[in-house]
Design a protein around this ligand. Structure first.
Ligand SMILES: NC(=O)c1ccc[n+]([C@@H]2O[C@H](COP(=O)([O-])OP(=O)(O)OC[C@H]3O[C@@H](n4cnc5c(N)ncnc54)[C@H](OP(=O)(O)O)[C@@H]3O)[C@@H](O)[C@H]2O)c1
Length: 337
């Protein structure tokens, strides 16, 4: 899960510190991220799972980076094989006590240092509320995290925000196949980034068990987020080749979940002229920045031949629009005068 979250924050332009307890995991992580591992990725080999270790990490981050904006904690994993009365003390210590202590250590070291309206995001599984026989320790520990979130939210009094992303089965590099309705690790990253930016939205539990729940969450988190001065609107008019309009609609609407889940995408919609069942289609997209638009162009580059084959004329790049500020308007009017 961490890979998707780190990719999302890097694509959004953040400096991302990834602590791990072993050198091997650090090297594996850098290799897996490939080109996404820019110089804004700071991999740190450090035991952040004890109270002292987490404090040291938080101190060091404040000293070197000047502070911490957000924390995402996908700390944990899966555990199964025994019914509750069959577990031994080792199981209890590692799958419950160790994990709960790691979460507590990170919360107490980082939460008081987050900037105002910063987001602390826990990542848990749906087993936190649905019992899974043979995996009771995971369910109990994750249920405790959901209550921890509620307590923190009540104690913080709106200063910072605490989210919990509650996941069903997820498509990761380890489980590429699976139901297309499953949420992907990159979509989880996009939601974490959107929660960070949705400063007007209070911390909450967000269920992400299907594509519909992902879109609902993105719509909630992105609603009311003011379009910044750097936002880019991309508009494309696409005239379908004779007899290919339905196929073009199918491809363009089929791309919606993937494009809307991009960390920098604020809007994607496909339109037709009112009452015109055969004419051109209008695609309207909005991105947080020109960098986000470029990342989007790279992400969909392999779709262009597929779309081009359905068009009456060769595909052209979209026209880009930026917000017009009042002062720029006055300047332009002044020049005309
Ligand atoms: N993957 C899924 O399909 C899925 C589905 C639903 C929910 N989730 C939830 O997402 C979260 C992350 O899962 P994941 O699949 O990304 O797991 P993962 O690949 O095993 O990563 C978990 C990370 O937690 C860290 N960790 C710290 N203390 C730990 C401890 N005592 N025991 C084990 N790990 C510890 C490890 O960091 P180090 O690098 O320091 O070892 C590890 O990188 C979990 O809460 C999980 O329940 C995952």
């Amino acid at each position: 899960m961490g890979e998707g979250v780190v990719r999302g924050y890097l694509a959004a332009g953040a400096d991302v510190v990834v602590p791990t307890r072993t050198q091997e995991r650090a090297e594996e992580f850098r290799r897996l991220l490939g080109d996404s591992a820019t110089d804004r990725l700071h991999l740190v080999v450090h035991d952040y799972t004890t109270f002292t270790g987490a404090e040291q990490l938080a101190d060091e981050m404040e000293r070197r980076l000047g502070g911490v904006d957000d924390v995402v904690a996908p700390i944990g994993g899966w555990w199964s094989g025994k019914r509750l009365w069959e577990i031994d003390e080792n199981d209890w210590q590692s799958a419950f006590v160790g994990l709960a202590a790691a979460h507590m250590a990170v919360v107490r070291a980082f939460l008081p240092r987050l900037k105002t309206r910063g987001a602390y995001t826990l990542i848990v599984g749906a087993s936190s509320s649905t019992p899974v026989p043979g995996s009771g320790l995971v369910s109990m520990e994750q249920a405790a995290l959901l209550m921890m979130r509620q307590v923190l939210e009540a104690e913080l009094d709106g200063q910072q925000r605490v989210f919990a992303l509650v996941l069903g089965p997820v498509r990761t590099r380890l489980v590429e196949s699976g139901d297309p309705d499953w949420v992907s690790a990159d979509q989880v990253g996009a939601i974490a980034v959107a929660a960070s930016g949705a400063v007007a939205t209070g911390g909450r539990e967000i269920r992400l068990r299907s594509q519909a729940e992902v879109h609902e969450a993105l719509a909630l988190l992105r609603a009311g987020r003011p379009a910044g001065t750097g936002t880019v609107v991309a508009v494309s008019t696409m005239a379908p080749a004779k007899g290919r309009r339905a196929d073009l609609v199918e491809v363009l609407t089929g791309l919606a979940p993937q494009i809307r889940a991009e960390p920098g995408c604020l809007h994607y919609s496909v339109h037709r002229a009112r009452g015109d069942a055969d004419g051109p289609l209008l695609v309207i997209q909005m991105f947080t920045s020109i960098e986000a638009f470029r990342a989007h162009s790279a992400a969909v580059a392999d779709q262009i031949p597929r779309i081009g084959a359905l068009l009456a004329t060769p595909p052209a790049p979209p026209t880009l629009f930026e917000p017009v500020s009042r002062s720029a308007l006055i300047e332009e009017v002044g020049n005309d005068a």
